[in-house]
Ligand binder design. Structure first.
Ligand SMILES: [Zn+2]
Length: 501
């Protein structure tokens, strides 16, 4: 039996729809989906529930195939071994898709003589699966509260969609034979149908009314320096838009690797795509949680390349990031910058005292700054078998009343890593040193951008288009993430002045 399958996005135009044998169910012992509305196998008309079930299932399983080709067998999702795959959420017409640790959820809405099914787009399904893959390996990013960290999660979803599309041989052949790789094309541009819906049903001037592009010239800038709204495709201080900077870094790295290689056939493109994907996966595992997270991931890609490929792609990576105003140096990331009192970290780390002594901690606090309810937690990063680096996670609370009156009395818990190594046998902080003042300003700016995008469910309404909500924890009201949502948020014609810019 075969099914009808859209290999990219319904509105991408390429590659053509195909009849294929669907994937078998996942073997026992590996992470799997719990399916809803299971249909009998067959070639059903596009738009029908039967088609949508098989389309969404196949897209999700193809994304897992890609992920396992660049990472490791996917044994478990973040919350456990199963995740619900909801190809169409009944009774909730929305232009949306989300991942919330319980499901990958998709939606259908009709209007302007069209029906938009987010679960019918292989791009969108792979993007949401990308959130789930990243959450499985980096659960600390779930509640990360710096703009670039939220934006990286969105970009990672886009990169998984691009890499999944590049697994398709017909698509690669079209890119190579048409010399399309360094032009606008159907792979670097993602979720075309959803963007079309936003333009047609919400507002043609909405920022998300054209697809997010990875072939772009966006230049990194401090998130707080960007406007919170802008016309279609403009770079703004909103996670999906900001993620396009990293999309650009990654896509340029991938195409640099391909162009530097000897094989310029579609097979050579697959090799380059897998190489870039492996570097991304390794870096996503190992990048220290810092405010300049795009740079942190880029440096971790350089270290992963030393480990995996003897550093042959260093120029491809540094040029790829440099084209978007992000300067990389793995040496700088791991160079001692501040000597601390106390001995160097122990070889094996089981708690924070193995990394920093009481004296080192005092020194660290005097450098980082005093913060509300701060504490240090033990962490360790591995950049390949040869290089393990100890880190302490500096955790503290930030009040959010200054962001908006509605957030008066609400706090959030912020975490930032400090790498700790040795300098002459003494403890030393390596690379970038956080500062409490800066992290408070960055977090408040991020929460401001969330609030402006209508992403904070303050009254606990359970709105599925919002990414964050305020939860009561004992006597505290804390801002927490509830999902990675692709909804477009509100349309702001007159954004308020950013007080954190
Ligand atoms: Zn997303």
């Amino acid at each position: 039996m075969s099914i009808l399958f859209i290999p990219n996005d319904p509105r991408a135009g390429n590659p053509p729809n195909v009849a294929i044998a669907p994937h078998d169910d996942r073997p026992n012992g590996l992470a799997d989906f719990v399916y809803q509305g299971v249909a009998p196998e067959g070639e059903f008309a596009i738009g029908t529930d039967e088609f949508l079930f098989w389309q969404c299932r196949e897209a999700a399983l193809q994304a897992i195939d890609l992920w396992e080709a660049i990472d490791q067998p996917l044994i478990a999702w973040q919350p456990g071994q199963t995740l619900r795959l909801i190809q169409k959420t009944p009774g909730q017409p929305q232009l949306n898709a989300f991942y919330n640790r319980h499901s990958l959820s998709f939606f259908e809405v009709s209007g302007a003589s069209a029906t938009y099914q987010s679960g019918a787009s292989t791009d969108v399904v792979a993007h949401e699966a990308g959130h789930a893959f990243l959450d499985a390996i980096r659960p600390d990013l779930w509640d990360a509260l710096f703009g670039e960290q939220g934006a990286f999660h969105e970009s990672f979803g886009d990169c998984i969609a691009i890499l999944t599309a590049l697994e398709d041989q017909v698509g690669r052949q079209a890119l190579v034979s048409g010399d399309l790789l360094r032009q606008d094309n159907f792979v670097e541009s993602t979720a075309e149908d959803l963007s079309h819906g936003i333009g047609a049903l919400i507002n043609p001037n909405h920022n998300a009314a054209i697809p997010r592009k990875a072939f772009n010239t966006h230049q990194w800038a401090l998130p707080s320096s960007l406007p919170v709204n802008g016309g279609p495709g403009a770079l703004i201080n909103e996670v999906h838009s900001l993620g396009m900077i990293f999309n650009g870094c990654f896509y340029d790295t991938l195409t640099n690797i391909y162009q530097a290689g000897a094989d310029h056939s579609e097979a050579g493109l697959l090799t380059a795509s897998r190489t870039a994907g492996r570097l991304l996966a390794a870096a996503a595992r190992s990048a220290p949680l810092q405010s300049r997270f795009f740079q942190s991931v880029g440096n971790a890609m350089l270290l992963a390349d030393q480990d995996q490929n003897a550093g042959v792609n260093a120029a491809a990576i540094t040029d790829g990031f440099g084209a978007h105003n992000i300067s990389l140096s793995a040496t700088q990331m791991l160079a001692p910058t501040n000597v601390l009192a106390g001995r160097a970290p122990a070889g094996t780390v089981s708690n924070v005292r193995d990394i920093i002594t009481r004296a080192s901690r005092r020194d660290l606090v005097s450098m980082v700054g005093e913060a509300t309810q701060q504490r240090f937690l033990a962490k360790q990063y591995s950049f390949g078998p040869q290089q393990r680096v100890a880190a302490v996670a500096h955790q503290h609370k930030v009040p959010l009343g200054d962001v908006s009156e509605k957030l008066e009395g609400v706090v959030c818990l912020v975490q930032e890593d400090v790498l700790i190594g040795a300098d002459d046998g003494q403890a030393a902080a390596l690379g970038m040193m956080p500062s409490v003042g800066q992290s408070v300003a960055e977090v408040q700016n991020f929460v401001y951008s969330l609030n402006e995008a209508g992403q904070i469910d303050i009254d606990g309404e359970g709105n599925t288009e919002m990414s964050h909500s305020v939860h009561r924890m004992g006597t505290e009201r804390r801002l927490v993430r509830t999902r990675f949502s692709c909804a477009c948020g509100r349309c702001h014609q007159t954004p308020s002045q950013n007080p954190f810019a």
